[in-house]
Design a protein around this ligand. Structure first.
Ligand SMILES: *Cc1c(COP(=O)(O)O)cnc(C)c1O
Length: 372
């Protein structure tokens, strides 16, 4: 195969190349400032990102997992508590719960949207439930209204995992403050990605924001005065400076992602694969474009032979991971998640794939599906 024409799954250098001058200047500004922990660059990003997601407060953190973990801590989750999580998500969602000593209680997704099925929520609630933790997977918001109303009815808090959904809208309003608190990741491959690790929480609850601000910085508001046993999980100012540059371009980059998604939808709607379903209340930001196929592994292999790189999100669902062997869950304990793990395939998508490249992917998928 002509390797020159390969379509990569994602090329992060293309993002840097587009913004190189702005990013280099931003990084230089931090290096020359002599201020290397928290400070003005982080504060500026926090206020701009809070505004972007239509939330009152943002607290910058070291990564998305810490954002989830410290948000749960701030909500008072502790050993013995239960937190409701989706069966199909990146394992970080579950790990944040486990890190609090709490128990993840698992709910299956709606198989058409891949997001937590609100119909199954009430059956999962017990006297120990503290928090519902929906994930906005693949860039598409979960169905928040019914989740929030179940939470309200049972006196539970809601933490949203928005690591894949910067800018996504639910019923016209940006994800960022529907629930009590929202956790974000700026891992390089995310829609808003740093050039290293980064994360944040947003919330419109000032006391929650304050608690998380204290937790991320050794339990301290005032230097050497420690109110609680905290953590060290601060957003790095160099990453904040890069994020300040990239935030300016996020809407344009999201619209380029939507263009790619539309090309796939137009090209693949008659192919013998399942393409994403977008409910009428969702404005997704297309972090991933995930299709399903019965013989996924064979399809992936054919696509690779035809010059198209794909990935699987995720090949092993959390309940089948060794890390959660201790919960004693069988594969068919969560059949929807298990089936998705066998069938899903992520096609290349980013603001930097050309129309020509995506045309090539569409042709390769049509050809490979016929042959598989
Ligand atoms: C990326 C991701 C996280 C974790 O973010 P990190 O910054 O890598 O710690 C959590 N949840 C989901 C759904 C993610 O995709």
């Amino acid at each position: 195969m002509a390797s020159l024409d390969r379509v990569p799954f994602l090329d992060l250098r293309a993002a840097y190349n587009e913004l190189q001058q702005e990013i280099d200047e931003a990084v230089q500004r931090v290096l020359k400032s002599g201020w290397y922990i928290l400070g003005p660059e982080v504060e500026s990003f926090e206020s701009r990102f809070a505004r972007y997601v239509d939330s009152s407060y943002c607290v910058g953190m070291a990564n998305g997992l810490d954002a989830l973990h410290l948000a749960l801590r701030a909500l008072g989750v502790e050993s013995g508590d239960e937190v409701i999580v989706p069966s199909n998500t990146y394992i970080a969602t579950w790990l944040a719960v486990s890190q609090c000593g709490a128990v993840p209680v698992i709910v299956e997704p709606d198989p058409t949207t891949y997001n937590l099925d609100p119909e199954l929520l009430e059956a999962a609630i017990t006297s120990r439930t503290k928090v519902i933790l929906p994930v906005h997977l693949y860039g598409q918001p979960a169905d928040l209204d019914p989740i929030l109303s179940v939470a309200k009815k049972h006196g539970l808090r809601v933490l949203e995992d928005a690591a894949q959904s910067h800018g996504a809208r639910y019923r016209g309003r940006r994800v960022g403050s529907h629930g009590d608190v929202v956790a974000w990741s700026f891992y390089p491959g995310k829609n808003l990605g740093a050039m290293g690790d980064g994360g944040a929480v947003t919330t419109s609850d000032s006391s929650l924001a304050e608690r998380i601000r204290v937790l991320r910085n050794y339990g301290s508001k005032e230097k050497y005065v420690n109110e609680v046993q905290g953590y060290n999980s601060r957003l790095d100012p160099i990453q904040a400076a890069i994020l300040n540059v990239k935030l300016e371009h996020l809407d344009e980059w999201t619209s380029r992602r939507s263009g790619v998604a539309q090309q796939y939808i137009d090209g693949l709607s008659n192919a013998d694969i399942v393409i994403p379903h977008v409910p009428e209340w969702a404005d997704p930001v297309w972090h991933l474009f995930v299709v399903q196929h019965e013989r996924r592994d064979a399809l992936q292999k054919k696509l690779r032979a035809n010059g198209v790189d794909t990935l699987i999100h995720y090949p092993i669902s959390p309940h089948q991971q060794c890390a959660y062997r201790g919960m004693g869950l069988s594969e068919d304990a969560f059949p929807i998640a298990a089936s998705l793990a066998r069938r899903v395939l992520s096609l290349p998508i980013s603001p930097h794939h050309s129309e020509k490249q995506i045309d090539a992917v569409v042709s390769a998928v049509l050809k490979s599906v016929r042959e598989t």
